[in-house]
Ligand binder design. Structure first.
Ligand SMILES: Cc1cc2nc3c(=O)[nH]c(=O)nc-3n(C[C@H](O)[C@H](O)[C@H](O)COP(=O)(O)OP(=O)(O)OC[C@H]3O[C@@H](n4cnc5c(N)ncnc54)[C@H](O)[C@@H]3O)c2cc1C
Length: 510
């Protein structure tokens, strides 16, 4: 029989899971609370160009996202950034990042000294790296924070001016709180070398290959094609269908790919232990502002891919991408488009401002660093509330413990997404596809056990409480919708009427 799997959440993780399920021959239903598919992937028209307002690229050195694009026939649409070299705003000017860094950690003393990002004292501190006794950490040692790991060998300034701005750009949180194991396993591996810089050199991989890919039509093109292929393959996708508890009735397995703070609510009754672990994951909010300037506003054309901003300077901007230098198709030749990020965990100044006030502040800081002579001609502010899960020290243990509680309480329910084992698009795709394979394997395992009647050896098959009738979908979204049109609710997997049964089914849909 064809396995039936429900996917809750239509972000890239959920859609990738649905794709894997469909390819494996499953019957798939995707339930998305909003009217938008792709979650944090949002591409919109700005000044007649397709511009990404959330993520704008995915990692190219691991294969999952590129492979998915190929499977969807998007290979010819892949683009690489025209420039990848970034700078740091230090001492009132932009200084290019030293060559060969790994997540902000330098690999060569000479290049870090030449970059003049660090003070002479801080460079001398870095030079001690090869002379300090070998780190005592071994595989199997517990987790620690990225900030602590780097400070111990290379000093505070490397963290403040290089590592923290980079991690701030990726995770929107301070490196002193972020788990090495969860956010930078390469650094953990480098830590056991005699010199941390030597360890970094060994971990850097092939620097000649482009680091990032995007698509000519923005990352929304990936979502659009994926959705098109899912529908063509027979998957049902319901928009405006928020789920409020799992498992989804009628599905043999449920993949939950909603943000962790939402998932905690969905699991609250059926797996309180898993829900408690999820609730303990903090999230950070940021703003992303796209600003278009006439090229003539720049005394010199922007050089490189953009710049990062150390928090110690007190600026609002955390990072600025010279978006039209990276992606020339985002602008007319006589315009420069910048994508400016502000806010991180513990700094909500940008979020507290009105759009116009925020644009003014950002512009003033850009004038300070880029010496702009004119105001922007277009601006678009996007507020990303609770969008960045914080992978604190011990994160992977927390995730493992959540998963163990889930296996015990809700076999057949998989929880995946950006909050667990990597928040980049590439890892979200990998997690979604793995969850799909696990879900299918669990259906097979449970049905085999049911046939054999041998439940003894498998605590896994602990009887699943049937979902309470009319729970999940019946209750959801009621408040918001009551005042508007009648709700068309999904209460369970649509079942075909039995022969002779002409009763109306209320199970669906759209
Ligand atoms: C501003 C920004 C910039 C980024 N830049 C990059 C980048 O350049 N490269 C990169 O690789 N990554 C980047 N990321 C990270 C990456 O975009 C995300 O981690 C990833 O897209 C998350 O995908 P997801 O499917 O796990 O979650 P989401 O995209 O959050 O999707 C979850 C979905 O679940 C839905 N949902 C919520 N509640 C319910 C419910 N009750 N019932 C049903 N559905 C529900 C939501 O509406 C949403 O569609 C960036 C993130 C942000 C915010």
């Amino acid at each position: 029989m064809t396995p039936r799997v429900a996917v809750v959440g239509g972000g890239i993780t959920g859609l990738a899971a649905a794709w894997e399920l469909l390819r494996a021959g499953a019957e798939v239903m995707v339930l998305e609370s909003s009217e938008h598919l792709g979650g944090k992937i949002v591409t919109d028209d700005i000044g007649g160009h397709r511009v990404d307002l959330g993520p704008d690229a995915f990692v190219a050195r691991t294969p999952e996202a590129t492979e998915l694009c190929r499977e969807l026939g998007l290979e010819d649409e892949l683009v690489t950034a025209a420039t990848e070299h970034a700078a740091v705003w230090v001492g009132g000017r932009l200084r290019p990042l030293p060559r060969g860094i790994l997540l902000g950690v330098p690999s060569r003393l000479v290049s870090v000294a030449r970059s003049r990002i660090l003070s002479p004292g801080a460079v001398a501190r870095v030079a001690l790296d090869g002379l300090l006794p070998r780190g005592r950490r071994k595989d199997g040692d517990g987790d620690l924070s990225v900030g602590d790991l780097v400070t111990a060998r290379l000093g505070h300034q490397v963290v403040d001016r290089l590592v923290d701005p980079l991690f701030g750009g990726i995770h929107a949180g301070p490196s002193k709180d972020l788990s090495v194991q969860a956010t930078a396993p390469q650094l953990a591996a480098a830590a056991s070398a005699r010199s941390r810089m030597r360890g970094v050199r060994a971990q850097r991989g092939d620097q000649a290959k482009p680091a990032f890919h995007s698509l000519r039509g923005g990352l929304g093109q990936l979502v659009d094609r994926l959705v098109e292929e899912l529908r063509a393959g027979g998957a049902t996708i319901h928009l405006g269908s928020p789920v409020d508890s799992v498992p989804v009735e009628g599905a043999e397995a449920t993949i939950v790919a909603t943000p962790a703070h939402v998932t905690a609510g969905l699991l609250a009754t059926a797996s309180p232990d898993a829900a408690a672990q999820l609730r303990s994951i903090d999230h950070a909010s940021v703003t992303v502002t796209v600003l278009a300037y006439p090229a003539s506003a720049f005394p010199e054309p922007p050089d490189g891919s953009g710049f990062l901003v150390p928090q110690s300077g007190g600026h609002l901007i955390t990072a600025c991408s010279f978006a039209s230098s990276k992606w020339p198709h985002w602008a007319e030749p006589d315009e420069v488009v910048l994508r400016v990020s502000a806010g991180r965990f513990g700094d909500e100044r940008a979020l507290d401002m009105k759009d116009i006030e925020l644009v003014q502040h950002l512009h003033n800081e850009l004038v300070e660093v880029l010496h702009l002579t004119q105001a922007p001609v277009r601006a678009r502010v996007t507020r990303w509330i609770d969008a960045f899960p914080q992978y604190r020290v011990g994160h992977l243990e927390r995730v493992a413990s959540m998963e163990a509680a889930l296996r015990r309480d809700l076999p057949g329910v998989e929880v995946v997404g950006a909050a667990y084992r990597g928040l980049g698009i590439t890892t979200c795709i990998a997690q979604g596809r793995t969850a799909a394979r696990r879900a299918l394997a669990s259906i097979v395992a449970r049905s085999t056990l049911e046939e054999d009647g041998d439940f003894e050896d498998f605590d896994y098959v602990d009887v699943v409480e049937p979902a309470s009738p009319g729970s999940a979908w019946a209750a959801v979204g009621r408040e918001e919708r009551e005042a508007s049109e009648p709700i068309q609710m999904v209460t369970s997997w649509p079942t075909p009427p039995a022969p002779g049964d002409d009763q109306e089914h209320d199970s669906h849909v759209d």
